[in-house]
Design a protein around this ligand. Structure first.
Ligand SMILES: Nc1ncnc2c1ncn2[C@@H]1O[C@H](COP(=O)(O)OP(=O)(O)OP(=O)(O)O)[C@@H](O)[C@H]1O
Ligand SMILES: [Mg+2]
Length: 572
């Protein structure tokens, strides 16, 4: 984590220096106080009282100024540190594959990005200020105490091992608990994120009470763990106080005996010694607090490190040789099982799609259609066999070069809470309004967009909830059509459209974009009957592939699907 502090090294040095100034002022105070008592009050020297009094006030003012400056510098360093760390973590999360984000879970990634970073950031701030303050206070205090009398320093020295033992003992016990606390926080964020995002389903199924109960359980678990750590650490302060007060009593005793026996000590110096001792031991108490924050931050830093150190499982290829083809896709004996599972979802897929061809894929739900097309932009890597785009293995491209060739409309449409226009323009930042309109026309979206109050500038609510399913799909199609591509992939992108709108969409697409290769997953044969070829997937294998006519003649499974859909259509 230290590398994130490098940029702020000047503040990291200046802040502690100002802190040393503040502490020096604090340490000077008791000395001045002893002087007032011993030389001023006991000898009725009024002018000395005034002179030293003014010194004390100046001392306080200077200490305050140093303290504020230190605080500002420490904040610049720690906030900058947190900001950079969060940015880096976020960009790293964005580079992770689907498999990796699934493994960490969204809730946990959000906790790591927010709460864990804050914990480490607090630690940095506290380390810059508190560690130096209390470290200097400790060393300086012992020195000043020694100056008053070596006996006092000896008393403080006797108390120290006990205090150190307490700190080590409690923090070792608390350390593993802090990790558990962060994990419970993951749990709360996980439920929260699922329920807030899925609020509509929760309401539709009247599951509020059930989900509330699930949230309560996660929340209670977090509360319990927090209580466990806090209860444990609650003992630390009082235990240290006991030792501290015993030391103060010892100083008074040693001081009193010395005053009585040999008169080498004055009442003022005993007073100063008690103040120093309180400062030293208070400083040690504060150090315990810092170590507590440190222990907590360590757990968080480890969790952040886990994300940062997980190398993206899909790495860029060399991308060296230019491709010889444009818009071709080939599967060579591809089999695939999802990471962490053993069962193949795709088996021995051999398939070539020519440039400009329209390939439709149909098949029962769960037959592997989405999985098949996910291998083309390399959302996952094939378990065995090769996937080639433009004659080159997808692993040999850089991910960005590969994905630039492809425009996908995924099965689950994702829209952002921006205007319709911005949603369409999403993949092409500098698109002209005319291009956006043309893409929307191809997607059969222009009509309904123009009917809305603000046209293309109509805001879309979060997740696209302000639009109908078919409208969302058409905006997603427009977004894909607008993005420059060689290969266009629709995963059920038109499933919510009526057959007539769907037919117009494909007509327009063929007219506007005849050159790109199109791979279209559909449930209804009627949607894709006119495709160049139709591929039937069955349980992860290619059951048949050909034109509608040839499949009707040769493929029993295709005929079955066709007639069952005809019957359903007729019944409807
Ligand atoms: N991330 C995943 N991890 C593990 N298994 C998965 C994952 N995604 C899908 N599967 C499994 O892979 C199989 C194929 O899923 P896929 O999404 O490709 O089906 P599909 O043909 O697109 O279905 P649908 O028509 O319902 O969209 C299913 O059995 C599914 O359970
Ligand atoms: Mg699917």
């Amino acid at each position: 984590m230290l590398k994130y502090l490098k940029k702020y090294w000047l503040f990291c040095i200046l802040a502690p220096l100002f802190m040393v100034g503040e502490v020096a002022m604090d340490l000077w105070q008791p000395d001045l106080m002893a002087k007032i008592v011993d030389q001023g009050v006991l000898h009725s020297d009024f002018s000395l009282i005034v002179r030293v009094g003014v010194q004390m006030i100046l001392c306080v003012l200077a200490g305050g100024t140093f303290g504020v400056t230190c605080g500002v510098f420490a904040n610049i360093a720690s906030q900058g540190f947190g900001n950079d760390l969060r940015k880096d973590l976020f960009s790293h999360i964005m580079s992770l594959s689907f498999e990796q984000t699934d493994k960490f879970t969204t809730g946990s990634l959000i906790t790591r990005l927010s709460n864990d970073v804050t914990q480490v950031q607090n630690m940095v701030s506290l380390a810059i200020r508190g560690l130096v303050r209390n470290g200097v206070m400790f060393v300086g205090g012992v020195f000043m105490l020694w100056r008053q009398s070596p006996r006092f320093a000896l008393v403080a020295g006797c108390g120290m091992p006990f205090i150190l033992f307490l700190i080590v003992f409690f923090l070792r016990k608390a350390s593993p608990l802090f990790r558990v606390v962060q994990e419970k926080l993951d749990g709360v964020n996980h439920v929260m994120q699922e329920d807030v995002a899925g609020a509509r389903v929760v309401k539709a199924y009247v599951k509020e009470a059930y989900e509330l109960d699930r949230f309560d359980r996660a929340n209670d678990a977090l509360c319990r763990e927090n209580l466990r750590v806090q209860t444990l650490l609650a003992f630390l302060g009082p235990c240290m106080n006991i030792i501290m007060n015993l030391c103060v009593v010892a100083v008074i005793l040693v001081g009193g005996i010395t005053v009585k026996n040999d008169g080498t000590l004055t009442p003022g110096s005993i007073m100063a010694a008690i103040t120093y001792l309180t400062q030293i031991l208070g400083g040690v108490g504060f150090l315990a607090n810092i170590f507590q924050t440190f222990t907590r931050a360590k757990a968080s830093a480890d969790r952040i490190g886990e994300v940062l150190s997980s190398r993206p499982s899909l790495t860029d290829g060399a991308d060296a040789q230019p491709e010889t083809e444009r818009g071709t896709v080939e599967f060579r004996d591809v089999s695939f099982a999802y990471p962490g599972t053993t069962q193949n979802v795709l088996e021995h897929i051999d398939l070539t799609v020519r440039q400009g061809e329209t390939l439709a894929i149909i098949g029962a739900t769960g037959s592997g259609k989405s999985t098949l097309i996910d291998l083309i932009p390399r959302f996952y890597d094939a378990t065995s066999g090769e996937v080639l785009v433009d004659g080159k293995n997808v692993r040999d491209y850089t991910l960005s070069a590969l994905r630039e060739k492809i425009a996908v409309v995924m099965q689950r449409t994702e829209l952002y809470s921006r205007s319709i226009e911005e949603n369409i323009r999403w993949g092409v930042a500098d698109a002209e309004p005319a291009q956006i309109k043309s893409a929307a026309q191809t997607a059969q979206a222009d009509g309904f967009i123009c009917e809305t109050e603000y046209g293309y500038y109509t805001p879309v609510s979060e997740g696209g909830h302000s639009l109908s399913g078919g409208q969302k799909q058409r905006i997603s199609v427009a977004r894909a059509v607008l993005k420059p591509h060689e290969i266009l992939i629709f995963d059920g992108a038109t499933s919510a459209l009526d057959l007539r709108t769907e037919a117009s969409l494909y007509d327009a697409l063929n007219r506007q974009d005849p050159d790109s290769t199109k791979i279209i997953i559909a449930q209804r044969i009627a949607s894709v009957q006119s495709a160049d070829r139709i591929l039937v997937l069955d349980g992860g294998r290619i059951a048949a592939c050909g034109t509608h006519e040839s499949l009707m003649a040769e493929s029993e499974i295709y005929r079955d699907i066709f007639f069952s859909q005809q019957r359903e259509g007729g019944a409807a």
